[in-house]
Design a protein. Sequence first.
Length: 404
Amino acid sequence: MVTSKIIGAVEIGTSKVVVLIGEIVNEKTLNIVGMGVSSSRGVKKGEIIDFNAASDCTHAAIMAAEESAGVRADAVYLAQSGCHLETFFNDAEVTVKSSDNIVHRSDVRRLLSEAKSKQLPEYRAIIHHIRNGFILDGMPVDDPEHMEGHKLRVGYWNIHGSVQKMSDSIHIINGFGLQVEDLIVSSLASGKMVTTDEERKAGVLVLDIGSGSTDFVLFKNGYVVYSGVVAVGGDHITNDLSIGLRTNAKLAEMLKVKNGKATLEPKSKNDKVMLIGDLTIGDRSISRSAVCQIINARMDELFKLIRGDKHIAPLFSNRELASVVLTGGASKLNGIEDLGEKVFGLPVIKGENPSWVASDLASPDFSTALGLLYFGFSYKDESQFTEQRKRTKLIRGMKQLLGF
């Protein structure tokens, strides 16, 4: 008997809303059957500032996706971004109880419960408990059950956010008659799409550079060990160009896309580009070098902010990372890898979505939404399901707390 579940992936971004519809068949196959994209309004730096405007554009994207799919989503996986997101690490250690020092499931459950026991203020809520590896008597192990030892330790990276901010986005989805199955932090979704198992084990920093902000996630030994958000994105470059070249935002965006480059090249110092390019009134020549200098200054600032983060800087100093991967719409800038290598001192590449993704979804603009579908498809094993179920309960709790 064939069973089917229709899930939606919704990313409410600063510049656009992306919605994908996926069909999970017999819990074994994921088919992407629908897509909808709309220009975003009411969102700044990844956070909703105008609920009605954000609702209108999100509902338009959902409607377009469902119309192209010919089906309605059963549940939605919703991306979370913005500077309201914060993280902390919490670990715990327990003594193995059995007289023969064999680790039993009860020991593991007790340990996991203690490692996730830290309480937050009522206005904050956990989005992800991300388990790192087990340590048994000082040695890392994948699964300690049935092994012999005395002391068992584990740690969690916990990502939490503002209840109000998260509830705003949930309410938008509910307003279209859909239920939110789970919240997924944007950097985790996109990071999973553009890196391989080998890269995550070797140590990789993923930067998802959007319009209003940059989400980043750090993988080491196959685990997520840190994530964060910087309130700098592609729109800041556009604004810098608009001010520096005395033009409007629309023309500045065109200059960035058509003639921009993140690196400086002395040989192009005397090159000129046309502001509009059609020789109409208002069109004028602009130094290509000036365009690149403005872009370079902003991107250099962004990369140095992230490299200097107190949790990331020691990993560069100790050579514990192997590479940096860039994704998101602003990662399409020419020369951005070269600038990244200069700042980070590591190989920097533009991430690519998996080969199974259709060509119309290959752009880095879709990495987060694809990652949301991946999480919706892959949350099957018992431990993940338990934590997913708790988050679904948490979503209901936030709705009750805020009266909707």
